[in-house]
Write a protein that binds this ligand. Structure first.
Ligand SMILES: *[C@@H]1O[C@H](CO)[C@@H](O)[C@H](O)[C@H]1NC(C)=O
Ligand SMILES: *[C@@H]1O[C@H](CO)[C@@H](O)[C@H](O)[C@H]1NC(C)=O
Length: 222
């Protein structure tokens, strides 16, 4: 009898040690496939043989972004696609350049929290909470040296309210945090979202939706 209790205890212990969980997704979706011939491995990248890894694999030089675009702001991403050494490390970075009045428009990073420091200029920044939390808006005017955090998944923006250019550096808690710019996701969707959906969602008439869908929604991320 004692032996049976012992066995049960061992089983309980090993099963708790063996408990597993799903990995956090590193891309928008990964459709299951049985046949490896047609499969791509995308939840994280394949790993380079450590014997041939070089310092360059962990290095990237970033130039100021070109802010000559309709938004007057440019995000330069240093995610795993730009810096292969970030693979599996759960961290990445972006440099954001702003012309005067430049805007990094409302967007969300579905897979990463963002912490931002202003290194030049003055930014008005903010994020909104979920419906359940009353869609509260938290904003702040940030000057050089000020730091602000945008929690994972929440819609946020940064506007240059200073007289000159502004520069911010953001760190993100994923090697591939993703970016969904709200206006682009709604009005530049490919194929287009039906106007029946958008007119009702925004409670406006079709001419306004047609107008919005005809605009050029630039993507200020590269
Ligand atoms: C994959 O294999 C499983 C087990 O054989 C089967 O149940 C499933 O239907 C297959 N899925 C596809 C997409 O072929
Ligand atoms: C910045 O972008 C504008 C518009 O695309 C382009 O005309 C200009 O040459 C670019 N400037 C630099 C320095 O690349």
């Amino acid at each position: 009898m004692k032996a049976v209790y012992f066995l049960v205890a061992i089983l309980a212990l090993t099963s708790s040690i063996a408990s597993a969980y799903d990995p956090s997704p590193l891309q928008d979706f990964c459709v299951a496939l049985n046949d490896t011939k047609n499969a791509v491995f995308v939840n994280g990248k394949l790993c380079k043989d450590p014997k041939v890894v070089k310092a360059e694999d962990f290095f990237r030089h970033v130039e100021p972004g070109n802010t000559s675009n309709p938004l007057g702001a440019q995000v330069t991403q240093v995610f795993v696609d730009q810096l292969p050494g970030l693979n599996t490390l759960g961290i990445s970075l972006a440099r954001i350049d702003f012309a005067p009045k430049g805007l990094n428009p409302p967007h969300t990073h579905p897979r990463g929290t963002e912490i931002l420091i202003v290194v030049e200029g003055t930014l008005y920044v903010g994020f909104g909470t979920s419906n359940q939390d009353g869609n509260r808006l938290f904003t702040k005017v940030l000057n050089k040296g000020d730091v602000f955090v945008f929690p994972i998944g929440l819609i946020h923006f940064q506007l240059n309210v200073g007289y000159g250019n502004a520069v911010a550096i953001a760190a993100l808690s994923s090697q591939n945090p993703g970016t969904i710019t709200i206006a682009n996701a709604l009005f530049k969707a490919n194929p287009s979202i039906s106007s029946e959906v958008l007119t009702k969602a925004f409670q406006v008439d079709k001419t306004i939706i047609d107008y919005l869908q005809k605009q050029f929604w630039s993507d200020n991320n590269n």
